[in-house]
Design a protein around this ligand. Structure first.
Ligand code: HDE
Length: 725
């Protein structure tokens, strides 16, 4: 393959010489000496007073500065994304570890060690731009690769399957999950009648519902989620041979989630919890990282599975086709400006480069239309590719011209092809030059509106997911379903969902039914057929209850895949004046050495004085934080300190909440009696290894504490506290 490099796209772009996406039109960071000007560059002498007829008189129409400023302000908002409106993003790079030349001709996947700049946007799906980060929802994980042969967008999610099989049902799904149209309630929540009404009539959603009701839907951090391309895609190599693939991203920090009770509290305490976490991690040099991998499936194996590779409600279990790691994705720079970058970035499944191609997954096919269409309105016209964050870093030449907000000043007299007046330029690229040529798939079929019978097994993989979870995770799912359905007012909706669940697993349905106080219906009339369209034969499309032995896939469970470690874990150190300096020092040092972040929390801000008189800066005053914002708690010693904090009701609340959420708790010996006066007593008596009191010297306490935090949560404690998700 001919290698083409441009000055802006070189191999091994490190942080400094990598192309600076969005650098054009950037204001200089240092504003020293800058004059305030109008949009026409006219320096402004007074930006505090409008022009008036006398200092108590009416404003004058002549005031072009006032008019320009107000007019611009009036038009500052653009429509939010119809889905995935709430998001956050970051810049970084993808580094390839092994050449994929055997499978694909994509230039950025050829040379091991090469780096490609990326921009990533994470999002929730259902909520509006200002909604909470901790909604129970799918997370969008969209990556723009600025390759030397044009932009490639991987517009994925943190769950590998989807609710529906055909794009034509997408508007229905989204209308059902969005706030109900009569009163615009509830915001960013699937726990309402219209969503579950739709789901109950859409049995193909069963597998996705298992994922959505699992802890995957309430991550601890965006840095701790997996990413998936969902659809089966194709690689095409230089010889024109194709291989199917599924994209995977696995977080270096492992997967971690919070409890539902916690998620609800976080939504109040810090609705920007995920945004802030991502921003602070990058800002402090803790760059989020994922292992990028692919499942490769030879074309010849297309029909080897007992599900259809084109069906987006199915995964290819990793136990059947392992994920081959191919490189890493690292996020190492926060955006300069949220609107210009995160809001204006435009992803599209149709942004592919030579060597990457589509399959006939009917959901993917619909997406290929939707993404450009939506940007035309959202970003105001056909030139959204010229917005700095969307520009390719490779050269861009074509005969497209004009339109709203055109930035490029094209030169010359030709804007057509073929031409002689510009010597035939720009000319079509050969495949060896990166020219995109579609995979030549042979298709011989009737033009019909129908769904393939090979898409008709809705429950086997849902059962696989449920049975691959630990008992604790299953309990969280049952409680999530009880919560969601408990919020539905219509008995008929709840019953239909229970019936659907009974097609996956009778025990699951019974457990949810018990929480709802209703019975699982034995049969339903023909509701489950409704989504197959007018011409489907009800007998042939009736989905079949799962009755087999479910496959066990450990990769589906967060708890079974847990990666021990506490990198960037946030530890609350509760103290007050007179705290035991030696103990606090030992804990802080141990936390930092293990990669955690120790935060000092005191009844007041400013500084606190230790028992030896040392002043220490307070990170947060108690009234400004909640326990749910931290991963573990240490209660400092020192007689005066303990006396102060034990008389503060917020401290007790803080500790009891951490305890309820199964977090590690440690305390200086002097605070032992205080802990015993709280609900933590239950765990002390039960010998809970994640409650560390009287463990010996400050160093021994610190070691035991670090060990407990590294295991993330002691889920066994749920039995004691009855939080249960
Ligand atoms: Fe999207 N989706 N989608 N989607 N999607 C959008 O595009 C759509 C689907 C996904 O951070 C929209 O620019 C249709 C699956 C992400 O900017 C819109 C269908 C998956 C993002 C759209 C789907 C996704 C979007 C809204 C069914 C996982 C956020 C704004 C055929 C693989 C991208 C926009 C960002 C955004 C349409 C299904 C992921 C309207 C029609 C499946 C991560 O074009």
């Amino acid at each position: 393959m001919a290698k083409r490099t441009s000055a802006r796209a070189t191999k091994n772009n490190n942080r400094d010489d990598s192309p600076k996406v969005a650098d054009l039109q950037m204001e200089t960071e240092d504003g020293t000496g800058q004059l305030l000007t109008s949009n026409q560059g006219v320096p402004v002498n007074d930006d505090h007073n409008s022009l008036k007829a006398g200092d108590r008189g009416p404003s004058l129409l002549e005031d072009f500065l006032l008019r320009e400023k107000i007019t611009h302000f009036d038009h500052e908002r653009i429509p939010e994304r119809v889905v995935h409106a709430r998001g956050s993003g970051a810049h970084g790079y993808f580094e390839l570890d092994r050449s994929l030349a055997k499978f694909t001709r994509a230039a950025f996947l050829q040379e091991a060690g090469s780096r490609t700049p990326v921009f990533v946007r994470f999002s929730t799906v259902a909520g509006s731009r200002g909604s909470t980060d901790l909604a129970r929802d799918v997370r969008g994980f969209a990556i723009k690769f600025y390759t030397q042969e044009g932009n490639f967008d991987l517009v994925g999610n943190n769950m590998p399957v989807f609710f529906i099989q055909d794009a034509i049902k997408f508007p229905d799904l989204i209308h059902a999950v969005k706030p109900e149209p009569h009163n615009e309630i509830p915001q960013a929540a699937s726990a309402h009648d219209t969503f579950w009404d739709f789901i109950s009539l859409t049995p193909e959603s069963a597998h996705m519902i298992m994922w959505l009701m699992s802890d995957r839907a309430i991550p601890r951090s965006l840095r701790m989620i997996e990413g998936f391309g969902v659809h089966t895609f194709r690689f095409v190599n230089a010889k024109g041979e194709s291989t199917f693939l599924k994209w995977h991203l696995k977080p270096a920090l492992g997967m971690k989630s919070v409890l539902w009770d916690e998620a609800q509290r976080i939504s109040g305490c810090d609705p920007d919890f995920h945004r802030r976490d991502l921003w602070e991690a990058i800002d402090s040099g803790n760059f989020p990282e994922w292992e990028v991998g692919v499942q490769l499936i030879p074309e010849a194996d297309e029909h080897k599975f007992d599900f259809d590779l084109l069906d987006p409600t199915k995964i290819v279990p990793e136990e059947l086709v392992p994920v081959t790691p191919i490189g890493k994705l690292v996020l190492d720079r926060n955006p300069y400006n949220f609107f210009a970058e995160v809001e204006q970035v435009a992803f599209h499944t149709g942004h592919v480069v030579s060597g990457i191609d589509f399959t006939n997954d009917p959901l993917l096919q619909g997406r290929l239309f939707s993404y450009t269409d939506t940007q035309l309105i959202r970003l105001g016209g056909p030139n959204f590719h010229e917005i700095p964050i969307n520009r390719p870093i490779s050269p861009l030449h074509n005969n497209q011209r004009d339109g709203f907000m055109r930035q490029m000043i094209n030169r010359g007299v030709t804007s057509y092809d073929p031409n002689t007046l510009a010597a035939g330029n720009p000319r079509q690229a050969k495949i060896a030059e990166g020219g995109f040529a579609s995979y030549q798939e042979r298709i011989g079929a009737a033009k019909i509106r129908a769904r393939s019978p090979s898409f008709n097994d809705h429950f086997s993989q849902a059962a696989m997911f449920f049975h691959s979870q630990t008992t604790v995770e299953q309990r969280h799912m049952i409680n999530a379903l009880r919560f969601e359905l408990g919020k539905c007012a219509h008995q008929s909706v709840r019953e239909r969902v229970l019936y659907l669940l009974s097609q996956i697993d009778d025990g699951l349905a019974a457990a949810v039914a018990e929480g709802l106080g209703i019975k699982v219906p034995k049969r339903l009339d023909d509701h489950l057929n409704q989504n197959y369209g007018a011409n489907a034969d009800p007998k042939s499309v009736q989905p079949k209850k799962f009755t087999g032995k479910p496959i066990d896939s450990p990769a589906l469970s967060i708890h079974r895949m847990v990666k021990p470690g506490m990198q960037t874990a946030k530890i609350a150190i509760l103290l007050a004046d007179g705290f035991d300096e030696a103990g606090v020092k030992a804990i802080s040092q141990a936390v930092s050495a293990a990669g955690g972040l120790a935060k000092i929390i005191a009844p007041h801000g400013g500084t606190v004085a230790g028992d030896k008189g040392t002043e220490m800066a307070v990170d947060f005053s108690l009234p400004t934080v909640c326990s749910v914002l931290f991963d573990a708690v240490y209660v400092a010693g020192g007689e005066k300190c303990v006396r102060t904090i034990e008389s503060n009701p917020r401290v007790q609340e803080f500790i009891e909440e951490a305890h309820k959420h199964c977090k590690a708790i440690a305390a200086d010996d002097a605070a032992h009696e205080f802990l015993k006066s709280t609900r933590v007593r239950l765990s002390i008596e039960a010998g809970d290894p994640a409650v560390i009191v009287e463990a010996g010297s400050p160093k021994q306490v610190a070691n035991a504490f670090i060990d407990a935090i590294s295991k993330y949560r002691n889920w066994k404690r749920e039995e004691l506290t009855l939080t249960h998700g």
